[in-house]
Design a protein around this ligand. Structure first.
Ligand SMILES: C[S@@+](CC[C@H](N)C(=O)[O-])C[C@H]1O[C@@H](n2cnc3c(N)ncnc32)[C@H](O)[C@@H]1O
Length: 285
């Protein structure tokens, strides 16, 4: 992997043969095709490596370990009861299970069949009250009627991987009721400028923060097998606003002392110095 590039949640450690890393354009279709294949192939390894940190029914916003129980970004925990919540890029639906256990009515959506199979695995034996409907779909084309949800959330799901994030914002806005809240986390944009390394080598700027050319891993035939899109902080704010939302908070979780665990390029060393995650709290008028 090119060491100057950021990768969301250690996504770029697949073991495909003849894969090379480059920077080039990648449109929505190619990006989504690559994401689906990559997550289907790598879901087992991802859950194996990170499942214990994520917990089976915790709601963790990123590698810093900030969880929704503490942060309350979707609103007070007591107010979640009965709320219809859409989780986008849900993976094994750990966040949705946390929501269900608090009386919310979540739906967990993901592009990857294999990730959703892990959601089924974790649900096996769970109480029926905490059961979560699973939907395999793409974040830019949500299979729900207008105004179906009170809240939407995403912990590193979909947004870093799509070429057209405004399309996702507009879809989320469409399926939310007026006044609904949309909270999503992504790799903090500043990380794009640093090598994706947890140690001291990850502390010096090595690439332009302003270069939006996507990070692409491609096979020998030139087909993308993994794509990640960079947006500056300003781009992300504009995406939210163009999508029809008001930005009410931008949370940059600090690395807590209790968290001694590295996650790819996220580490206690770097976490003390630069932000690793950006969480956008948005509201639909
Ligand atoms: C880094 S994982 C995060 C999963 C989960 N939120 C967690 O915290 O473990 C990103 C997830 O987004 C999903 N994803 C990527 N692109 C997507 C898209 N366009 N639409 C829906 N899901 C997508 C992937 O399949 C993967 O499960």
């Amino acid at each position: 992997m090119d060491d100057v590039l950021a990768a969301a949640w250690d996504c770029a450690d697949g073991d495909e043969d003849d894969v090379t890393a480059t920077r080039r354009r990648a449109g929505d279709d190619e990006s989504n095709r690559a994401s689906r294949g990559w997550w289907d192939r790598n879901a087992d390894e991802y859950q194996d490596e990170h499942g214990a940190f994520l917990g089976d029914d915790r709601f963790v916003w990123g590698p810093e370990g900030l969880d929704e129980e503490e942060a309350g970004l979707l609103g007070p925990v007591a107010g979640l009861r009965g709320r219809r919540v859409l989780e986008i890029g849900a993976g094994a639906a750990q966040c949705s299970r946390w929501l269900a256990a608090r009386g919310a009515r979540p739906v967990a959506l993901d592009l990857s069949h294999r990730q959703l199979q892990h959601a089924l695995r974790l649900a096996d034996g769970a109480s029926p009250a905490a059961s979560v409907p699973l939907v395999q779909a793409e974040a830019g084309l949500l299979p729900f009627a207008d105004g179906s949800f009170d809240l939407a959330c995403s912990a590193y799901g979909a947004v870093p991987f799509v070429a057209d994030p405004v399309r996702v914002m507009r879809e989320v806005r469409r399926v939310l009721r007026p006044g609904g809240r949309w909270v999503f986390s992504v790799t903090h944009p500043i990380r794009w400028a640093f090598p994706d390394e947890p140690g001291p080598e990850g502390l010096s700027v090595a690439a332009s923060y302003f270069d939006r050319t996507p990070y692409v891993e491609q096979d020998a035939a030139g087909h993308a097998v993994y794509v990640e899109h960079h947006r500056t902080l300003g781009d992300r704010v504009r995406d939210v606003v163009s999508g029809g939302f008001r930005l009410v908070d931008l949370v940059e979780p600090e690395w807590p002392h209790w968290n001694t665990q590295e996650w790819g390029g996220w580490s206690p060393l770097r976490g003390q110095l630069i932000p690793g995650t950006a969480i956008f709290v948005c509201e639909r008028d």
